[in-house]
Write a protein that binds this ligand. Structure first.
Ligand code: KHC
Length: 400
């Protein structure tokens, strides 16, 4: 990833380059009870720290213990991922003699609350999809280990972000995108039908079921390319998934995948997931993010460059009137940021690399998903019937 522009503070560039998990800042804000305030402050609040125990380091993380046995059953064998939430480790389930993934949540009140909410959502998903037809990760168990909530999952492979990263950000092919998108759309459509919104869909939260690869030489790029043996994926991280009847935090989603109605504070529903998924598919297609920015106004200006002007009725309704001037985006065409956007963004269709029918269909679908007005945006139920998916619908008729 590259810094969005030269005027970005150095600290933010560092966060970008390590691909820090931005969504954690909403979790922190949620704990502060002030979700829209100070959105770039990613610091942990001391006051939210739970009682520290001997095996914790200062930030409430469980110190690594390869060989540690939890619940007299799960033995830690390796670390799979670390984030603001805590860590995910691979364990051997001594009872079933199976490998599993265990999310060990930080021993801090606010992260414990998020974990409890995730368990409630996962329990609902497990019971609604008892035949495991939809590609949402399965929770196998959960327990408390010395104040850390631990969630046991079926073991999955690399995230689609890690895969891109390990594959020199070589984009996925349209055929690969079709397969992955179909499974992701079916899974998220299942959530939507059941009155849930995921709110944090991004390549980091889409995991390959198995990321075993063959190495092949890519003649065009003159480099080795990892070829996945299976494109099966699952959606993870339900910590900020929200039921229709629950309080909707005003600031949700990780920056690059955040829908315009969230930035403009107009209220949101399931359709914000549709926007995020369009950004995810574009990232698969390009190998890099569609909206390389960490600033809300710059983000809106990028949307205008790629998708045309934001409809005036949305700008009229927004509470964020500092983004608006004369019913238009309050934007200085002479600024360094404007120049950066001219260099890095272009109208959507110009991102098409080929003029094939399948590519035209993909971009037609993407333009329906990137509709500014959430009420007019395509739903996933409709998207699954878009011509882009015709080759797959024949094989999967029994599930539609
Ligand atoms: Cl392997 C694995 C599973 Cl099976 C389920 C969730 C996970 N990993 C390696 C997993 C998660 C990770 C996490 C969740 N939920 C996130 N981080 C992981 O490293 C949490 C932060 N967003 C990315 C997924």
């Amino acid at each position: 990833m590259t810094p969005s522009s030269l005027h970005l503070p150095f600290v933010i560039y560092l966060q970008l380059s390590t691909n820090s998990d931005d969504s954690s800042l909403q979790l922190e804000n949620a704990c502060n009870g002030d979700s829209a305030v100070n959105e770039d402050d990613n610091g942990v609040q001391e006051s939210h720290r739970g009682k520290s125990c001997e095996d914790d380091d200062e930030d409430g993380h469980l110190v690594d213990h390869i060989g540690l046995l939890m619940k007299e059953r799960y033995e830690v064998v390796s670390i799979l991922g670390v984030g603001a939430f805590g860590k995910v480790v691979e364990c051997i389930d001594r009872e079933k003699d199976e490998h599993v993934a265990v999310k060990i949540v930080r021993n801090i009140d606010c992260f414990r609350e998020v974990a409890k909410s995730e368990i409630a959502v996962l329990e609902e998903i497990n019971s609604l999809d008892d035949e495991n037809n939809f590609a949402c990760v399965r929770m196998l168990d959960w327990f408390d280990h010395e104040g850390h909530i631990c969630i046991v999952f079926e073991l999955l492979g690399l995230s689609t972000f890690e895969f891109l990263q390990q594959n020199n950000f070589l984009p996925f092919s349209v055929e690969q995108i079709r397969h992955m998108a179909f499974q992701i759309f079916r899974a998220v459509c299942f959530l939507h039908r059941n009155k849930l919104t995921h709110t944090d869909l991004k390549p980091e939260n889409i995991l390959f079921v198995c990321s075993d690869c063959n190495l092949e030489f890519n003649d065009k790029m003159n480099c080795k390319e990892k070829k996945l043996r299976s494109l099966d994926v699952k959606v993870v991280d339900f910590g900020t998934a929200t039921f229709d009847h629950e309080h909707h935090e005003s600031l949700v989603s990780t920056r690059h995948y955040r829908a315009p109605e969230i930035i403009l504070d107009l209220g949101w529903n399931q359709s914000c997931d549709v926007w995020s998924l369009a950004c995810v598919l574009m990232e698969y297609y390009l190998g890099q993010t569609l909206f390389p920015t960490h600033d809300s106004k710059e983000h809106l200006a990028m949307m205008e460059k790629i998708l045309g002007p934001i409809p005036p009725h949305l700008l009229k309704q927004t509470r964020k009137q500092h983004y608006v001037h004369n019913e238009c985006l309050n934007w200085d065409e002479q600024s360094s940021s404007a120049e950066y956007i001219r260099e890095h963004c272009k109208p959507l269709k110009q991102y098409m690399q080929r003029e094939s029918e399948e590519e035209r269909q993909l971009f037609d679908l993407l333009s329906c998903m990137l509709e500014y007005d959430a009420c007019r945006r395509i739903t996933l139920e409709e998207a699954l019937f878009h011509p882009f998916f015709i080759p797959l619908r024949r094989q999967n008729q029994q599930f539609c």
